[in-house]
Design a protein around this ligand. Structure first.
Ligand code: SF4
Length: 298
């Protein structure tokens, strides 16, 4: 058995609805400074919105990277953003990418951070055949984005990052995740977002609806008080509980997914979903977490 301390098997809440292939996960930081109201990790990481660096992270990653099989796929990071503001102080994410990629591992970078382009594009480009990037963009509406993700870069800047990464040959998936009823679920707005993403060369869109936990629902309801009643009805009254998360009723989720699949495929992008249970809706040969290029030409 492989013994590691920071690089751990990815375990998405042990969700039966997860459709990712096996991969490893690595969080150089505990907590996250982007402050997203809907964040899932805040329910299981103490003092989540006060991010801190993990002690001895680089030494441990050096050791762990030798213990796992060559060519492993590692997500950086599932429970914190590797390019959140604290990374500007410690700079661990860049060093970790260099260590992992130079040892032949493949990295899925999941982020909203724009420093990936502004400060680290040289290293991303150097290892582009071993890197895929999943950028989250939940809305084109900058006012809503500021409320939902107060410390994250504006969506328009993230679209510019997607464009530039794609131009440099790096595979980019956009996660429209989460879709929250009444906030960012307007189909015309989502169509405009998808069109903009197709225009800048994005290859794949992964979509997921918001899964409620009491802490995130409370944060959302504080900022959007007019929505609380509807959310409680949809999630807690009529929804279903799956592995500790309140999901929207299945037929509502299905309607979102079918509609978005048709728009995404109209623009000739790959469509995938995350933890929804609708894998049969995925565009053929696309992997839901954005690791698609790692499994092509095998
Ligand atoms: S960027 Fe991700 S990890 Fe950070 S607060 Fe937002 S949802 Fe949570």
């Amino acid at each position: 058995m492989v013994r590691t301390r920071l690089i751990k098997p990815f375990d998405p809440w042990r969700s039966p609805l997860c459709t990712c292939p096996f991969k490893w996960s690595l969080n150089p930081y505990t907590g996250c400074g982007h402050g997203c109201l809907y964040c899932y990790a805040s329910s299981y990481v103490p003092k989540f919105y006060s991010p801190r660096a993990k002690r001895g992270v680089l030494e441990v990653v050096h050791r762990d990277s030798l213990a796992i099989p060559m060519g492993s796929v590692i997500e950086l990071s599932p429970s914190s953003d590797p390019f959140q503001p604290i990374d500007d102080i410690y700079g661990y994410s860049r060093k970790i990418i260099e260590v992992l990629a130079s040892r032949g591992h493949r990295i899925l970078i999941t982020t909203k951070g724009t420093s990936i382009l502004a400060k680290h594009i040289d290293v991303i480009e150097r290892y582009r055949d071993r890197i895929a990037v999943a950028l989250t963009i939940t809305t084109l509406n900058s006012s809503n984005a500021k409320l939902l993700e107060p410390e994250a870069p504006p969506p328009i800047e993230r679209i510019s990052v997607a464009k530039e990464l794609g131009r440099r040959g790096i595979y980019v998936t956009i996660r429209i995740d989460p879709i929250i009823p009444g906030i960012n679920d307007d189909i015309d707005e989502l169509r405009e977002l998808i069109k903009r993403l197709a225009d800048v060369g994005v290859k794949q869109i992964t979509v997921s609806t918001y899964k409620a936990k009491y802490d995130s629902l409370k944060r959302l309801s504080t900022v959007f008080p007019d929505m609380e009643k509807l959310w409680r009805k949809l999630y807690i009254g009529e929804g279903e509980k799956i592995h500790g998360y309140f999901y929207l009723p299945q037929q509502i989720r299905y309607r979102y997914m079918v509609k978005l699949k048709s728009i995404v495929e109209e623009y000739e992008l790959g469509f995938t979903t995350c933890r929804e249970g609708f894998q049969y809706l995925h565009t053929e040969n696309y992997i839901c977490d954005g690791t698609t290029p790692f499994y092509r030409n095998k």
